[in-house]
Design a protein around this ligand. Structure first.
Ligand SMILES: NC(=O)c1ccc[n+]([C@@H]2O[C@H](COP(=O)([O-])OP(=O)(O)OC[C@H]3O[C@@H](n4cnc5c(N)ncnc54)[C@H](O)[C@@H]3O)[C@@H](O)[C@H]2O)c1
Length: 341
């Protein structure tokens, strides 16, 4: 392996450009070797000022570019399956943004292809597992001092939804993070979903069912509720309270700057995920680079990506039907035996 891990970044949009900046300026031990985006101008803009990077319209050409030893996939979810399978064929380690593959049939193909290799190559971009507060909550729950967790109360609010955001995307895009976080925090699989909806906010785009209240059941008998509200107007808020047998623990309070003036106090609220989870993205990519340089694959697995897609699909069906929908997972290959890994 070269002194710096050569990374091909696929997709140079919001996340891809931010990961390119992170690999170049924040993370140690890696460099951007190639970038692919069908919008070549966007790709060129994202690597302006970087040396030794090749730019491609075709993502597979970037995998085969000189100096590429690992792949970071940040294209839209439906475009992830092809480069994941291509990376597996080439034996390249991958960090793939969530959703791994939104369609669960395609997600299962990825799991089966990796399981067929007999070793992990993919880490999935559920970056909350790298957030300092989430990690503290996880170690508190694992320590067992509060007894068994009984419920998680979660909140996921965005200032406004991007154009084209659909009612299903509240679940399969926004709540996909809570799906993974709940599975990881509890070490349990989600087994059923019910979605309730109050009247839509008058500030939501016409026809968008926003907010929604999503209720998950788990195979360990816990319940997880998620308020998802993507046009709340005032900020980006992600909170989680674990209620256990002998106490509760809450993370995600807005502990940014508190401004006191003129007889009052005003707490600032982060406006987007790139600010709220900046440290988590940095730690996620650094952990991936460090592990890859040691020949290891750690973090959320393809199984986690698959399970998230199956639960999200069940959630969308529950939204449409108004009823409780069971989650049916395929048998888990031995490669992914440990849920919390
Ligand atoms: N982890 C997180 O918190 C988080 C947050 C936002 C987005 N995401 C994920 O990151 C991914 C990208 O989201 P985004 O917000 O950057 O989207 P975006 O629309 O800003 O950018 C996507 C880019 O990919 C390019 N593209 C399209 N098809 C491609 C292909 N086949 N190969 C390579 N590039 C292709 C587009 O031209 C565009 O430049 C998605 O999977 C999204 O769900 C994750």
């Amino acid at each position: 392996m070269a002194e710096l891990l050569g990374v091909a970044v696929l997709g140079a949009g919001h996340m891809g450009a931010d990961h390119i900046r992170r690999l170049d300026q924040v993370v140690s031990g890696a460099r951007v070797a190639a970038v692919a985006d069908p919008d070549l101008d966007r790709a060129k803009d994202a690597v302006a000022g970087l040396d030794g990077v090749t730019v491609h319209a075709d993502p597979l050409a970037a995998l085969d570019a000189p100096g590429v030893e690992a792949v970071l996939i940040a294209s839209p979810g439906p475009a992830h399956e092809e480069p994941l399978l291509a990376a597996f064929e080439r034996g390249l380690p991958v960090l793939c943004e969530k959703p791994m593959v939104p369609d669960s049939t395609g997600a299962l193909r990825v799991v089966e292809a990796e399981a067929g290799l007999g070793r992990r190559l993919a880490q999935i971009g559920f970056m909350r597992r790298y957030d300092a507060e989430y990690r503290r909550l996880k170690s508190l729950l694992d320590g067992g001092g509060l007894g068994r967790p009984l419920m998680l109360h979660c909140t996921h609010r965005n200032v406004s939804s991007p154009p084209g955001f659909t009612s299903a995307m509240l679940i399969n895009s926004s709540v996909s993070h809570e799906i993974d976080a709940a599975r990881w925090l509890l070490g349990q699989e989600l087994t059923a979903v019910t979605v309730l909806r109050p009247r839509p906010s008058s500030d939501a785009p016409d026809g968008l069912l926003d907010p929604q209240l999503v209720l998950f059941e788990t195979d360990g008998g816990a319940l997880v509720d998620v308020e998802v509200f993507v046009n709340c107007g005032f900020g980006y808020q992600v909170r989680c309270e674990a209620v256990c047998e002998r106490g509760s623990a809450r993370i995600g309070e807005d502990h940014t700057m508190l401004v006191t003036s003129a007889g009052g106090a005003r707490a600032e609220v982060a406006q987007d995920y790139l600010v709220r989870f900046a440290d988590a993205y940095d730690r996620e990519v650094q952990a991936w680079v460090d592990a890859t340089r040691q020949g290891l694959v750690t973090g959320p697995s393809s199984w986690d990506g698959y399970a998230s897609s199956v639960v999200a699909e069940a959630g969308v069906r529950a939204l449409e039907s108004g009823g409780r929908t069971a989650v049916e997972l395929a048998p888990r290959p031995d490669l992914y035996a440990d849920l919390s890994r």
